[in-house]
Ligand binder design. Structure first.
Ligand code: TTP
Ligand code: MG
Length: 486
C-alpha cells in the first residue's frame, strides 16, 4: 500500500492488484523539465508593444522569416520561409526586423535566471530553451500530492514500480510553477516537457503547443521515438551524423533500432555507436550541465571607421546597448576593454585589445565613452587611421546582488564616480587609513567600493611579497597610483 498512494485519476488507471512490471532496466530516478519559450522573438516584440498581440507578426532577418506569432502561423507561415512567400500567404503580416538580438538575449537570460530559483541545475540550449534537473526538489516533495498537471503523452496503463510515476507527476507540478513564474514576471508563455531524461523531455514538450506542458512516462518512450520517423529528427543527431547514418542505409528511427551495433561500429567509434543506439530507444544518460555566467559581456561592430567622431559615435552606440545587457546581468564589472582591428591591406588586420579598471559609474555613458576612447587611442596612436572592427566590453564581474544593490542602486548617488552604498562607506571609513596602499590618493581610495579597496590592498601586499612582477603595468594598483605609470 505505501507504494501506491495515488491520486484519483491514478487509482482509476490501476485497479488490478498485480505488481507493476518494470519493462526495462533503465534508470528513471531523475526528473527533467525542458522549457521552450513560445515563438520567442515574436513574443518579446509583443511584450515590448502589446498591440501586436492582436495581429499576425513575423520576425525578419535579411529576407528570411525566423519566426512568427501563432496568429501568423494560422496562415501557414513557417520558420525559415522567405519574407516574400510569407507576405503572399498573409498580406496583413506585420514584419519586424529581428537582427538586433539585444532584447532577445536579455529576456533569454532573465528566463534562465528565474529558473535557477528552482534548481541550480539549469542548462541553456540556444536562447529560448532550458533543461532543468528538478530531481532534488521532487525528492523533497515526495509523499505529498501526486496529481499530474498538464497533458500526458501516450498510454499510462502499463507502469513501472520505481517511483517514476510519482516523481514525474511532482515534476509536472514544478513545471507549471516555473511556467507561471515566467508568465507572471516576464509575460512570456512557454511549453514544457517532463520526463526522466533530457532527450525525452525535449521531444515530449513539443507535443502540445503553445502554452502547454506534457508529461512522458517511461513506458511511452518507444512510441514517442518511433513517431519521429527520420533519424535526424532525434535532437542530438546533427546533419553530419545523419549523413553517415544515411550512407549506411539507416534512415528511420526504426532502422536505427533494428540495425546491428556492429554496423554502427563500422562507421562510428564504439561509444558513439552505443550512444546512437540508445538514443533510438529514448535512452539518454547525459546530465544537465549548469551554465556559468559569462566572464565577459561585450559587443562589437565590423564597420570601417576613419574619423575620431565616427569612433566616438560607434563607442557610444555600442556602450548604450552594452549597458542594458550588463545591468540586466545584475553583476558589477570591474574592468572595461576596447578591441580594435586596424586595417592592413595584406593581412586584413589583427585584433588588439586594451583594458583598464572601471572607475566610472555605469550611469555616466558620456564618461564611459571617454574612457573607451582613451583605450582606443592607446591602440591607434596615428592621426589618420582606418579600423575595420571596434568592440567594447566589460569583465571581471563581482557578484553584487541584483535587488537593492543593482547597478542602478549601486551607482545611484553619483553621476560619475563610484559611490559605495552607506554600509560600505561605514566599513570603508574604519579601515580606510589602515588599508590605503602607499602611493594611492586616500580620498580616491575612500570613494572606492570595499571590494576594490580590498583588491588594491591585496595587490599592494602581494607586491611587497614580490608576487607581482616588476614589468607588469596593467594592475589595479598602478591604475590608482598617484605616480605616473612607467
Ligand atoms: P525556435 O524555438 O525554433 O522557435 P520559436 O521559439 O520562435 O517558436 P516555437 O518554439 O513556439 O515553435 O527558435 C527560437 C528563436 O530563434 C526564434 O524565436 C527565432 C530564432 N531563430 C533564428 O534566429 N533563426 C532560425 O533559423 C530559427 C528557426 C529561429
Ligand atoms: Mg521556442
Amino acid at each position: 500500500m505505501p507504494i501506491f498512494i495515488f491520486n484519483l485519476s491514478r487509482s482509476k488507471l490501476k485497479k488490478t492488484n498485480e505488481p507493476p512490471v518494470k519493462t526495462n532496466m533503465e534508470d528513471h530516478s531523475r526528473t527533467i523539465v525542458h522549457i521552450d519559450i513560445d515563438c520567442f522573438y515574436a513574443q518579446v516584440e509583443e511584450v515590448k508593444n502589446p498591440s501586436l498581440k492582436l495581429q499576425p507578426v513575423g520576425i525578419q532577418q535579411k529576407n528570411c522569416l525566423v519566426t512568427s506569432n501563432y496568429k501568423a502561423r494560422e496562415y501557414g507561415l513557417k520558420k525559415c520561409m522567405s519574407v516574400t512567400e510569407a507576405k503572399k500567404l498573409c498580406p496583413k503580416l506585420v514584419l519586424i526586423n529581428g537582427e538586433d538580438l539585444q532584447h532577445y538575449r536579455q529576456y533569454s537570460s532573465k528566463v534562465s535566471d528565474l529558473l535557477r530559483g528552482f534548481s541550480d541545475l539549469v542548462e541553456r540550449l540556444g536562447l529560448d530553451e532550458n533543461f532543468i534537473d528538478v530531481t532534488a526538489l521532487v525528492n523533497e516533495r515526495m509523499a505529498s500530492n501526486y496529481t499530474p498537471v498538464g497533458c500526458i503523452y501516450g498510454d499510462v496503463s502499463g507502469t513501472c514500480d520505481c517511483g517514476c510515476y510519482e516523481r514525474l507527476c511532482i515534476g509536472s507540478q514544478i513545471a507549471q510553477e516555473m511556467r507561471d513564474a515566467i508568465f507572471e514576471q516576464l509575460s512570456l508563455t512557454t511549453c514544457a516537457g517532463i520526463a526522466h531524461n533530457k532527450l525525452l523531455a525535449k521531444l515530449v514538450g513539443s507535443k502540445n503547443k503553445p502554452n502547454k506542458q506534457t508529461i512522458l512516462f517511461p513506458d511511452s518512450a518507444l512510441e514517442l521515438m518511433l513517431g519521429l520517423q527520420k533519424v535526424c529528427d532525434i535532437p542530438s543527431i546533427g546533419v553530419a551524423t545523419g549523413k553517415v547514418l544515411n550512407d549506411i542505409h539507416i534512415f528511420t528511427v526504426k532502422d536505427l533500432q533494428s540495425c546491428q551495433i556492429r554496423e554502427l561500429e563500422m562507421a562510428f567509434d564504439p561509444l558513439k555507436a552505443k550512444h546512437l543506439k540508445q538514443l533510438s530507444y529514448g535512452v539518454d544518460e547525459s546530465l544537465v550541465k549548469p551554465y556559468a555566467k559569462p566572464l565577459t559581456i561585450s559587443l562589437e561592430d565590423a564597420k570601417c571607421l576613419v574619423t575620431k567622431q565616427e569612433v566616438q559615435d560607434k563607442l557610444s552606440e555600442l556602450l548604450g546597448r552594452l549597458l542594458i545587457l550588463v545591468k540586466s546581468d545584475g553583476r558589477t564589472p570591474k574592468v572595461i576593454k576596447v578591441s580594435v582591428r586596424k586595417y592592413n591591406p595584406t593581412t586584413g588586420g589583427q585584433r588588439e585589445t586594451r583594458q583598464c579598471p572601471l572607475s566610472v559609474s555605469l550611469d555616466n555613458q558620456t564618461k564611459l565613452v571617454e574612457v573607451a576612447y582613451g583605450l582606443f587611442k592607446k591602440i591607434i596612436t596615428e592621426q589618420s587611421f582606418k579600423v575595420t572592427l571596434l568592440g567594447v566590453g566589460f569583465s571581471k564581474f563581482i557578484d553584487v546582488p541584483n535587488q537593492k544593490n543593482t547597478l542602478d542602486g549601486f551607482f545611484k548617488q553619483s553621476s560619475d564616480v563610484i559611490e559605495p552604498p552607506i554600509k560600505r562607506i561605514k566599513l570603508a571609513k574604519e579601515e580606510r587609513c589602515l588599508k590605503c596602499p602607499p602611493g594611492v590618493d586616500i580620498e580616491v581610495f575612500g570613494e572606492l567600493p570595499l571590494e576594490v579597496q580590498q583588491e588594491l590592498w591585496d595587490e599592494h601586499k602581494s607586491k611587497e611579497r614580490k608576487v607581482v612582477s616588476k614589468g607588469k603595468v596593467n594592475t589595479m594598483l598602478n591604475y590608482f597610483s598617484k605616480e605616473p605609470r612607467k
